[in-house]
Design a binder for this molecule. Structure first.
Ligand code: MN
Length: 225
């Protein structure tokens, strides 16, 4: 292939206990997938089907990195989330077949410009610049497994717990999310899905370290320079 300039590198993530990397194709994210967070954001999530937004694939940040405080915000927020890594693509996937499309799981942090998001909501405009900015998708090591036992997701800022939930409190479970999303787009190997955050979202300040832990997975940690 002859390109007019060198093609950009393929975004990828490290894999637990492997030297091979997971190639990232797209990043989908679920909004309001825990009732307590939906309520804190002013909605009634129990009545709504899941909705989705996206981040660019090259927004990924591997765990352990230090990143600059993002531009164009005064209110950077953390959102601790379970991330699903797709290994087998498909459209119109049935819920009872959905977990066969999962390659693995990771802990993640859906970094958010909360002030930009609030303004976008008020103006009925898209969330892209609130959610899809550079270095906005922190992801831990991907653990290759098609299922994940229920367990605790928690998030700490400088060691103090700010979010804690059981994964089973998700409104839409992993199979349900894959089934819904695959009716909207044809999923492909390399897609990541951030599955939503529980209550307790809040601001991150310069100098703070934020760590998302999920039982059975490696942590996803990021430090704001
Ligand atoms: Mn989120």
């Amino acid at each position: 292939m002859d390109y007019v300039f060198p093609a950009p590198p393929l975004p990828s993530l490290p894999v637990f206990a492997s030297a091979a990397r997971f190639p990232v194709r797209r990043i989908f994210c679920v909004g309001r997938n825990y009732a307590d967070h939906g309520l804190e954001m002013g909605g009634d999530p129990e009545k709504e089907p899941p909705f989705f937004f996206t981040k660019p694939a090259d927004a990924i940040v591997p765990s352990g990195q230090t990143i600059p405080y993002p531009p164009a915000t005064q209110d950077l927020h953390y959102e601790g989330e379970l991330v699903v890594a797709i290994g087998l693509g498909g459209a119109n996937i049935a819920p009872d077949q959905a977990l066969a499309h999962v390659w693995g799981y990771a802990a993640g942090n859906d970094l958010t410009r909360r002030d930009v998001q609030a303004q976008a909501k008020a103006d009925r405009r898209p969330w892209d610049m609130a959610k899809g900015f550079d270095l906005s998708a922190v992801v831990g090591l991907i653990h290759p497994q098609s299922t994940l036992a229920d367990g605790t997701l928690s998030l700490t800022v400088d060691g103090i717990t700010r979010q804690s939930t059981l994964l089973s409190k998700m409104i839409w479970d992993v199979a349900g999310i894959i089934a819904h999303l695959s009716r909207l787009v044809t999923l492909a190997p390399g897609d990541l899905i951030f599955t939503g955050t529980p209550a307790g979202v809040g601001a991150l300040q310069r100098g703070q370290t934020c760590t998302v832990t999920i039982d059975g997975l490696s942590p996803a940690s990021v430090t704001i320079a």
